[in-house]
Design a binder for this molecule. Sequence first.
Ligand SMILES: [Zn+2]
Length: 79
Amino acid sequence: MGKIEDLKKKEELMLDLDIKFENDAYYKDYCGEKDGPYCSCCFDFNDKLVRMHEICENDAKNNIYNYICPKCKTKILIE
Ligand SMILES: [Zn+2]
């Protein structure tokens, strides 16, 4: 399957699950409330919705992260 079909499939899946991409992560709409964040890496590569865990971490370059994916360990900062 080509890249365009992949993208289309992903968009359909996002519609099915009612999720949106925002601030480097996915969010579910849950009764008008934002539910998430969910890891974008796990969803994009494995179609898995993995809820990210709250952390407070600085790396060697002094970047701050406040969410981590328990599966693939992707870290992000959500303001
Ligand atoms: Zn992940």
